[in-house]
Design a protein around this ligand. Sequence first.
Ligand SMILES: Cc1cc2nc3c(=O)[nH]c(=O)nc-3n(C[C@H](O)[C@H](O)[C@H](O)COP(=O)(O)OP(=O)(O)OC[C@H]3O[C@@H](n4cnc5c(N)ncnc54)[C@H](O)[C@@H]3O)c2cc1C
Length: 327
Amino acid sequence: MSVLIYVNHQNGKIKKSTFETALYARKVAEMLQTDEVIALSLGQVSDEALTLLGNYGVTKVLSDNQALFDHFDAGVHTKALASAVEQTGATAIIISQNSNGKAIAPRLSMRLKAGLVSGAIELPIVNGNTFTVKKSVFSGKAFANYSILTPIKIIALNPNSYPVVKGQGLAAVEQFNSGITASDVKIKVKEIKSLSDSVPLPEAELVVSAGRGMKGPENWGMIEELAQALGAATACSRPVADVHWRPHHEHVGQTGITIRPNLYIAIGISGAIQHLAGVNNSKVIVVINKDPEAPFFKAADYGIVGDAFEIIPKLTQAVKAFKAQNN
Ligand SMILES: Cc1cc2nc3c(=O)[nH]c(=O)nc-3n(C[C@H](O)[C@H](O)[C@H](O)COP(=O)(O)OP(=O)(O)OC[C@H]3O[C@@H](n4cnc5c(N)ncnc54)[C@H](O)[C@@H]3O)c2cc1C
């Protein structure tokens, strides 16, 4: 019996979501009274980086570093993961509910005829052969507990749901033959355009977001400056993206990206239910709005009633001063 995780990496660098799933998997392994937490790495990551997954509770890493895996093809990654499950006899598989995970987990569930809970927010309760897993439902308005009864169980863990604490230990790295060949690859990536110098929104721990209250795209300089001072990603409400003040990949909410940062600062955003659906699981919400009746204040941990155009420059200045003093 073992617990298997899928390694998320980019340009050879292992992502934080992997550390979250590794630590979560370590706890699940303890509940199952096994010591084995195995990680599957597909694509090019150095053995040295993989060994360090031992700092997060992984005992063994299976690595298939063929260049075939470098461009994400959900079908191919699912097939390789299924092969790893077969070869290891893993009974619990933990995957991050990020963009790759959302594509892989349901496919894997079908392939292995395994029960899946996607968007888990806590450790499961393990009772004999049953896992009961909590997730938030109805756009974060309620919680539901799902029981997985199948012999193999898959949990897709919401990003930023499980704390990352680095420990000690080194994982053994073994070459793994997933059996994938060029004929399995169905997707050809022609070009990748990456946004430089910005924190990817789905992974960001701090997010500065703004809405129609900013009046126009020419006023976003102050939002970017605040985000930069904090080391945060930028986001926006949907109408802002719809009128092209900001790119669509920044739009959060029911029809946009769902995020769960440690800090969400909402500036000039009313707090409509469709917006809240994507952000109300943030750990701390700060709302800045000139209307004291703005609905967002009901969801806020801290609220500032006032004109964003006066408050933001002062806030940015204060953040910079604080950082200068504490560095
Ligand atoms: C099916 C459907 C799906 C949707 N999905 C989404 C979604 O995913 N994400 C999303 O965001 N929306 C979504 N919407 C739209 C949503 O209902 C709201 O219309 C939208 O969130 C409002 O955006 P806003 O708060 O930026 O703008 P507004 O509602 O115009 O609010 C602007 C706010 O700025 C404040 N303000 C104005 N000037 C200042 C100032 N100088 N300083 C400080 N505050 C100021 C105002 O008091 C006001 O509260 C969806 C709607 C539908 C019908």
